[in-house]
Every structure is written in structure tokens, then in C-alpha cells.
Ligand binder design. Structure first.
Ligand code: PEP
Length: 253
């Protein structure tokens, strides 16, 4: 049985005071939740002050991105070891906003996935098709390509530690959530890809989150599906009650 992981992607939102207040509120309200794993991923600059608040609690800490190289002349970048140094357990990699706005390729993301694993981080690796790709019937091809590219050279033991977030791009921040059946179809396909590459024993432990307009009102139905093992949440992770609403809706599943 895979433990659900509910992770909040705060993106480039909030100023320090509200980020700290959100972390504090979540820490207090989530204190009694032991059934699911919880994580928050603040903007990089706020990872440390937010981490100081949730340190020692059941709210895990992640970053939204980092670079693959070891420390050196990479202006503006962060090394994976800097994230673990300030208490991160997770790092989101390959988010569609980085793939499509910042032009990151699966090959580039793969370098980061491997660096994250070497640093002892759990990479949350995002894949997902554009609306036009779904309309053109190439959803599986796109997700296969992103999966193959992003996990190239990752060993079976490393793969077990990875989290995949299936995030159909057309559902991110649009309020247009995938139906549970649409999501489950791709999740089952992705798990099949893990079976093909690593075998069933590995596929059985890898968590595949769904992301795309998840809210308290739709979380239970989505996460009740057999291959949906949690949620990566954007907009609804920015308010304590919204995020807690999702956690409360699924903690008994
Ligand atoms: C996301 O940022 O990964 C996301 C899924 O956003 P939202 O929940 O706002 O659609």
C-alpha cells in the first residue's frame, strides 16, 4: 500500500510574512495527521525561514527547482546539496511551467533528477501533455517521452525513491480538472512504463501524484483511484483551509 503524498507547490507567490504565516497555520492544523505524507514547496528564497517553522513537524519541505551541477560558477542557480543543507527532503523537477515557459527539456531535467537522487532528495518529477496533444490523441506518446527522458540512467533502487506527478498542462491553474477516469488512465499507463523498465516490484512502490486544479471538493474522487497516490497542488495550497481541506478529504482513504 502506497502512502499518499499531498504536496503544495507555492510557485512564485506570497511575501515572506504570508509564507511564514501559511507554514505556521499548516503546521498547527496538520499536527494530528499521520495517515498521509504532507509537503510544502515555497519559493527558493523562503525555503529556509519556512523550513525553520515546519522543522520537526509532519509537514515536509521541498524546493521547486535546483540545478544539477556541483557547487561552482553557476550564477543564480542552487545546488541540490544546498537544499538538503537547509532541510529539504523533496525537490519538484520538470514542472510544466519550467518545461514550457523556461524551455527545459527532458534531457536537462534528467540531469537534475540524477543529481537530486545523488544528494539524497526525493525528486517529484512532473510529466503531462498539452491540451492540443490530448486532442491529437498523443497523450500517451508525450507522457512516455517525458518519462523515458526524465528517468534515463536512473537505477531501480533510485526509481523507488522517486515521485512522479502527472499534471495535464490543460488542467494546471485552469479550474479544468481531469476526470478521475481520465487521470487514472494516464496513471495506469505511467505505472505500466515503470513495470516495463524496472519490473512490478518497483512499479508497486513508486508514488504517482495527480496535479491540476485539485481542490477539497474533487480530491477524494481523484485519489480514490488505484494508481493515484497523492496530489501536487498549486492554487489550493496557498491557503491553510484550502490545503487542509484536501488533506482532510483524503486522509481516511
Ligand atoms: C501545480 O502547480 O502543479 C498545479 C497543479 O497547480 P493548480 O493546482 O493550481 O492547478
Amino acid at each position: 500500500m502506497r502512502r499518499l503524498l499531498i504536496a503544495g507547490n507555492w510557485k512564485m507567490n506570497m511575501k515572506l510574512d504570508s509564507a511564514k504565516a501559511l507554514a505556521q497555520g499548516l503546521k498547527e492544523k496538520a499536527a494530528g495527521v499521520s495517515e498521509v505524507d504532507i509537503a510544502i514547496c515555497p519559493p527558493s528564497l523562503y525555503v529556509q525561514p519556512v523550513g525553520a517553522i515546519v522543522n520537526g513537524s509532519n509537514v515536509g519541505l521541498g524546493a521547486q527547482n535546483a540545478y544539477f551541477a556541483k557547487a561552482g560558477a553557476f550564477t543564480g542557480e542552487l545546488e541540490m546539496a544546498m537544499l538538503t543543507d537547509v532541510g529539504c527532503q523533496y525537490v519538484i523537477l520538470g514542472h510544466s511551467e519550467r518545461r514550457h515557459i523556461l524551455g527545459e527539456s527532458s534531457e536537462f531535467i534528467n540531469l537534475k533528477v540524477r543529481a537530486a537522487l545523488k544528494a539524497g532528495l526525493i525528486p517529484i518529477v512532473c510529466v503531462g501533455e498539452l491540451e492540443a496533444e490530448r486532442d491529437n490523441g498523443v497523450t500517451n506518446d508525450v507522457n512516455r517521452r517525458q518519462f523515458d527522458g526524465s528517468f534515463s540512467g536512473v537505477s531501480a533502487e533510485e526509481m523507488k525513491k522517486c515521485v512522479i506527478a502527472y499534471e495535464p498542462v490543460w488542467a494546471i491553474g485552469t479550474g479544468k480538472v481531469a476526470t478521475p477516469d481520465q487521470a487514472e488512465e494516464v496513471h495506469a499507463f505511467l505505472r505500466g512504463l515503470i513495470v516495463e523498465k524496472y519490473g512490478k516490484e518497483v512499479a508497486d512502490v513508486v508514488r504517482i501524484q495527480y496535479g491540476g486544479s485539485v481542490k477539497a471538493g474533487n480530491a477524494k474522487e481523484l485519489l480514490s483511484k488505484p494508481d493515484i497516490d497523492g496530489a501536487l497542488v498549486g492554487g489550493a495550497s496557498l491557503k491553510v483551509d484550502d490545503f487542509m481541506g484536501i488533506i482532510e478529504a483524503v486522509r481516511a482513504l
